[in-house]
Ligand binder design. Structure first.
Ligand code: GDP
Length: 460
């Protein structure tokens, strides 16, 4: 198991709900003395005599002073998230109350938790492996159906299961070959080289598949990178705003919800689309003609989808054809969108329909045909691939370890080809095992763990 050692016999405390005013706030304690500490400030009944998974009403007091009326939930070790004693105190959601209760508990001997420390304890106590712990963070941050599904799948062990099985098979071979090292005189072969080759090839296929799933994983986690291209004044900002406003309107319909960072993100059909701010998009309005030399072209290449917008008031079919030709060369799927339908010349519209029957006619300003546009966008990203339930790698750290695993497995194959000595073979296999183990946390270092868990918020 982990080589990581941290003092885990103290009791930690933190606010588990967001900072700020809410109807209720939840303060979480975890550690051997969690229940005892809570009991010293809780008045109502003796918490130390209550069963696990029960909730109790009472008051929190600092001496004679009542700080709040609260509900306390008890989770007795090992039946809790951290596998330690856990107490959750639900107070009224005032930051004053929260601070008072936190101080009181710290005065009783609890230690303020560090970022991610609850999840870290869960990992250290064997609740789940590292990949699953990371999935907890992804789950907390998931803001679309696809991201939620991927994180959920990983948290429930999908990814880890696959890796663990591969590792187990490889460990078997490693030990067989190491055993042969002890019998060098006798010239025995415990591990069939042919079987080893078959296994390594199988592993390589799985590892390759996982590595290549990262393209999709990245899109699921960070959104489909999308560019809106077109000449200045084609209506690019108007379109983006129209799409965004619609979403904002839906969001603000749900009373009390606020989201601050949806500026350039739109969720359609459970998938996040992230609009890339190309120079051409808003600021300098690079034209497609200038694309050949501009950074815009690079941005477009890195996109998964381009919306090419042109102005129906601007009836230059030759220029449009040139632009479209340029776009074809980029090789990213694009949708032809003719804007300003409200002031389009019918003759030109017919001409366009003939030349480019797949053009979608909209009015961003008048919000016409935006639904059709959304449908078309969704068609392009092939939603099924988001819903496969297959293992998808969403974490850059995992891709990194998988890539190193692949390289060492290739070394194993190379070694088999060249019939290298057993100790070299065993070394390459051990190296592959090491990198696979990094993913699930069988192989860890303090730095790695600190790095992972410090990205969590306090209280998680
Ligand atoms: P951008 O330079 O491509 O971002 O274009 P803008 O979004 O700034 O739009 C340029 C102008 O076209 C603005 O005055 C918009 O109000 C106008 N516009 C955008 N969409 C439409 C539309 O559907 N119909 C009409 N008539 N005007 C539009």
């Amino acid at each position: 198991m982990a080589t990581y050692l941290r003092r885990v016999d103290d009791t930690i405390v933190a606010l588990a709900t967001p900072q700020g005013v809410g109807a209720i706030a939840v303060i979480r304690l975890s550690g051997k003395e969690a229940i005892e500490l809570a009991n010293r400030v809780f008045f109502g009944k003796n918490l130390e005599r209550q069963a696990s998974h029960t909730i109790h009403f009472g008051t929190i007091r600092d001496g004679d002073r009542i700080i709040d009326e609260v509900l306390v939930s008890l989770f007795v070790a090992p039946h809790s998230f951290t596998k330690e004693n856990v107490v959750e105190i639900s107070t009224h959601g005032s930051s004053y109350i929260v601070n008072q209760v936190l101080r009181l508990l710290v005065r009783q001997g609890a230690r303020p938790a560090e970022p991610g420390e609850f999840t870290q304890r869960a990992f250290l106590n064997g609740q789940f492996d590292l990949a699953q712990a990371e999935a907890v963070a992804d789950l907390i941050h998931s803001d679309s159906e696809a991201a939620h599904q991927a994180a959920m799948h990983q948290m429930r062990g999908g990814f880890s299961g696959e890796i663990a099985e591969l590792r187990a098979q490889l460990i078997h071979f490693a030990s067989m070959i190491e055993l042969e090292l002890d019998f060098t005189e006798e010239d025995v072969e415990f591990a069939s080289r042919e079987d080893l080759r078959l296994l390594v090839e199988k592993l390589l296929r799985v590892v390759e598949r996982l590595i290549s799933s990262f393209d999709l994983g990245n899109v699921i986690k960070n959104g489909v990178p999308t560019v809106i291209a077109g000449k200045p004044n084609a209506g690019k900002s108007t379109l983006l705003n129209a799409l965004l406003n619609e979403e904002k309107a839906i969001v603000s319909d749900i009373a009390g919800t606020t989201r601050d960072s949806i500026e350039d993100e739109i969720t359609l059909g459970g998938v996040v689309f992230r609009f890339i701010d190309t120079a051409g998009l808003r600021e300098t309005s690079d034209t497609i003609e200038a694309m050949g030399v501009s950074r815009t072209r690079e941005k477009m290449k890195s996109a998964s989808l381009i919306l090419y917008l042109f102005d129906l008031g601007d009836t230059d079919l030759v220029a449009i054809n040139q632009d479209l030709h340029q776009l074809e060369n980029i090789g990213v799927p694009f949708i032809k969108v003719a804007n300003k339908l409200d002031k389009g010349n019918p003759q030109f519209i017919n001409q366009l329909k003939e030349a480019h029957p797949d053009t979608l006619f909209i009015s961003a300003g008048k919000k016409e045909n935006l639904e059709e546009l959304k449908e078309k966008i969704l068609e392009q990203v092939n939603l099924d691939k988001f819903r496969t339930g297959n293992t998808v790698v969403t974490n850059i750290r995992h891709v990194d370890s998988l890539t190193r695993t692949r390289d060492s497995l290739l070394d194993v194959l190379g070694g088999l080809d060249q019939e290298v000595s057993n100790d070299f073979l065993a070394m390459d296999i051990r190296r592959s095992l090491h990198f696979l183990g990094e993913i699930t946390g069988e192989i860890t270092t303090d730095d790695l763990l600190d790095n992972i868990f410090s990205k969590f918020c306090i209280g998680k």
